[in-house]
Design a protein around this ligand. Structure first.
Ligand code: HEC
Ligand code: HEC
Length: 291
């Protein structure tokens, strides 16, 4: 049993490596791909493009989604907090619309991932909303940020703690390179804004955040509708590798302080050294100079 699981994990690592290769060599979809936003009769939804089919759905039902979510638990955890932080992103607390859209993108092949594709394939458009609603209802945990001091004379951030440049960019951006403050869209604790499909990014695994930021920075996507991708492509365009790594570390530890207190009261202090969101600049002080 245990061996089978280990072999499974090793297999996934190989698969993940293949994914990384596959993603760099994939051919982009034609530019003139039709925009898939017109609501179409639900009756034909089985043959419909999975992204277009989302327009035929209603709000997800977390109870119906809980049953479907069993298939996701082996990797993303029963409550959406990943079973292996080095391999799988967290889903707990993520916005419903964001999760459902990513599932539709995996199913359509517009977001290329051979691990996720077979799981997305089993879901109807309404299943996607339901399973998404289930994970949205869960509370995300957080890891911790790297606070080792940067010791590199060539770095503009020499002497700062590793996560500090990221923290600063998150709160105030980088004016001279037109990098906006992340929290303007993702919120002070990184909880996102479900209404406008801005995803939750607080507490997310650092490798995953770094990879996503690199994808956005590359400006290349296989998504037919580039609207959301391009918002982030513009944000990430002028970030350096060092800044991406620091942002990723900061975000891994970013969480709502109220949650931290709740966790500490429950006798779990594992995330106590992570920077809490309450440290973040309040919404009315974005223009204040950062330390
Ligand atoms: C075998 C492991 C595995 C299983 C099972 C699995 N996933 Fe995933 N999932 C992954 C991996 C790996 C990624 C990261 C893909 C990438 O690198 O872009 C991912 C990414 C995702 C994302 C994108 C997250 C984001 O922030 O953009 C969503 C949403 C998701 N999975 C939902 C699900 C759902 C819902 C199920 C169950 C129906 C499921 N997954 C089952 C491995 C798995
Ligand atoms: C103008 C609004 C806006 C700003 C500012 C912004 N984001 Fe985003 N972000 C978005 C949107 C919209 C998406 C969803 C893009 C998509 O669908 O691929 C997103 C997605 C992401 C993701 C992918 C999440 C996932 O689960 O895959 C990460 C990571 C991220 N943003 C980090 C950042 C960081 C770091 C900054 C600051 C340097 C930032 N964002 C600034 C709007 C914004």
């Amino acid at each position: 049993m245990r061996n089978a699981r280990l072999i499974g994990i090793a297999g996934l690592a190989v698969l993940a490596a293949t994914v990384a290769l596959a993603q760099t060599t994939v051919n982009p979809l034609p530019e003139d791909q039709p925009a898939q936003t017109t609501p179409i009769d639900a009756a034909s939804s089985t043959d419909m493009d999975p992204v277009a089919a989302l327009a035929t759905t209603h709000w997800g039902d977390p109870q119906a989604g809980a049953i479907k979510a069993g298939a996701c638990a082996a990797c993303h955890g029963l409550d959406g907090n990943s079973v292996d932080p080095t391999l799988y992103p967290n889903l707990a607390g993520q916005g419903e619309r964001y999760i459902a859209r990513q599932l539709a993108l995996f199913k359509s092949g517009q977001r290329v991932n051979p691990i996720m594709k077979p799981f997305a394939d089993t879901l109807s458009a309404q299943d996607m909303r339901d399973v998404a609603a289930y994970f949205t209802s869960k509370r995300s945990g957080a890891g911790s940020a790297d606070d080792t001091v940067i010791n590199d004379a060539a770095s503009p951030y020499n002497g700062m703690k590793f996560y500090e440049p990221g923290q600063r960019i998150y709160r105030v951006g980088i004016a001279e390179r037109q990098v906006p403050a992340c929290f303007a869209c993702h919120g002070p604790s990184g909880a996102g804004n479900p209404g406008s499909s801005f995803p939750q990014i607080g507490g997310q695994q650092s490798w995953y955040v770094a990879r996503r930021l690199q994808e956005y920075r590359s400006g290349e996507t296989t998504e037919a509708n580039r609207t959301n991708f391009d918002i982030m492509a513009k944000v990430a365009k002028h970030l350096t590798d060092e800044e991406i790594a620091s942002l990723a570390s900061y975000l891994q530890g970013l969480h709502n302080r109220a949650d931290q207190v709740a966790t500490a009261e429950a006798g779990n202090t594992a995330s106590a050294n992570a920077p809490a969101a309450a440290d973040a600049a309040p919404a009315d002080s974005t223009a204040a100079p950062s330390p």
